[in-house]
Design a binder for this molecule. Structure first.
Ligand SMILES: Nc1nc2c(ncn2[C@@H]2O[C@H](COP(=O)(O)OP(=O)(O)OP(=O)(O)O)[C@@H](O)[C@H]2O)c(=O)[nH]1
Length: 346
């Protein structure tokens, strides 16, 4: 008997009830500190997540840290997969950012890290800085800033890890001191120092799907978006990519609960009585994808048309940005009033 052909979903339903903001106190404080330090900075390394090149762009970094030389580094390239269209994809992204240089990197690839170092050294030489160059790495939470700093230091001056890294966002909370990533020459000039900064989320996420992408990539804490919604959205993408990726658990399905139940049974995530523990299984499934074990692919569509759509939507994003700022200030005022009167507002 011929099995029916599996048809993956082509549209994911809009989840209007999802939170659209994750702009925390230490994000605002970090950004304001970065702004005050800007005059001492020669080059900004702006990190974005390779799996979501459009969605992980935070307009705040261009708006608040304008006027400094910049390089865009797409981190976690290894999690975006290969394929024939990689060169075309990279060319499209480079053209979008032109004339800002763009580098695609994985923190474990010596070749990628050397390419970034080489760019940094060239920029520093061109500046002819006698007192050394001072760089700052910025980006959304969990995008891989501290991992990049450690990798540049290891490759540049052969020294061990200095910055803490972790699978959840918000590991770096404060701006530290500059870390040497390139030695000065015999004359004492040419040294390069890099500042790590806390990840800063955008004040307002333009749509619910963007929030799902950011949460899936680990930019917000796993408690912010319900794991079932994330697992369902991940399944939607895995199905568009290759449903055989979860073939060891169950046949192709568009039902996330069916897959989670099968995964829970196969991996022994069961309560007493044999009931599958679905939420823990959803988190496990998401973590497997984040580690590259459930397919490596992009969540954003990267084409000239998609970039055009994204860029033409920027204006509405900017107005949402000012609305979000007003809402943020109002929330801070309410919290302050509640603290003064001895009650909490959260
Ligand atoms: N596969 C892969 N994982 C990476 C890469 N870069 C970072 N990671 C992982 O991503 C997670 C977050 O990395 P961090 O360096 O802590 O990210 P961060 O941007 O400093 O995070 P915040 O403290 O929130 O600002 C860690 O689990 C890293 O191991 C990469 O290029 N490839």
């Amino acid at each position: 008997m011929k099995l029916p052909t599996f048809l993956p979903r082509t549209i994911f339903p809009t989840l209007e009830s999802l939170p659209r903001s994750y702009y925390l106190g230490h994000h605002a404080a970090g950004l304001s500190k970065m702004r005050t330090m800007l005059s001492q900075i020669d080059l900004i390394i702006e990190c974005r997540d390779y799996r979501i090149p459009l969605t992980s762009r935070n307009p705040l970094f261009e708006e608040s840290l304008a006027g400094r030389e910049r390089v865009v580094v797409y981190t976690k390239r290894d999690l975006g997969g290969g394929g024939e269209d990689v060169s075309k994809r990279h060319a499209t992204i480079r053209a979008w950012h032109h004339p800002t240089p763009t580098i695609f990197s994985s923190h474990r690839s010596q070749k990628d890290i050397r390419q970034i170092l080489s760019h940094i050294k060239d920029a520093s030489t061109a500046r002819n800085a006698l007192t050394g160059s001072h760089l700052m790495v910025v980006g959304m939470p969990n995008v891989g800033k501290s991992s990049l700093l450690n990798a540049l230091r290891r490759e540049g001056v052969n020294k061990g890890k200095v910055a803490h890294t972790g699978a959840q966002p918000g590991i770096t909370r404060k701006i530290g001191t500059g870390v040497k990533i390139v030695e000065a020459d015999e004359t004492g000039s040419g040294g390069v120092y890099l500042l790590d900064t806390p990840g800063v989320f955008m004040p307002y996420v333009p749509d619910a799907e963007a929030m799902l992408k950011l949460a899936l990539c680990g930019s917000v804490k796993d408690t912010v978006v319900p794991p079932f919604n994330l697992a369902d959205y991940l399944l939607f993408h895995v199905n568009l990519h290759d449903p055989s990726l979860y073939g060891e658990y169950c046949p192709p399905t568009n039902d996330a609960m069916e897959l989670l139940e099968a995964m829970a049974r196969k991996t022994g995530r069961l309560q007493r009585g044999g009931t599958p523990v679905l939420e823990a299984t959803a988190l496990w499934m998401i973590q497997r994808w984040r580690n590259g074990h459930l397919g490596t692919f992009l969540l954003d569509d990267v084409s000239e048309e998609a970039i055009e759509r994204y860029t033409s939507g920027k204006n509405s994003q900017n107005s949402s940005l000012s609305q979000a700022r007003k809402a943020g200030k109002e929330a801070a005022r309410i919290r302050q009033r509640a603290r003064r009167s001895g009650t909490t507002a959260e």
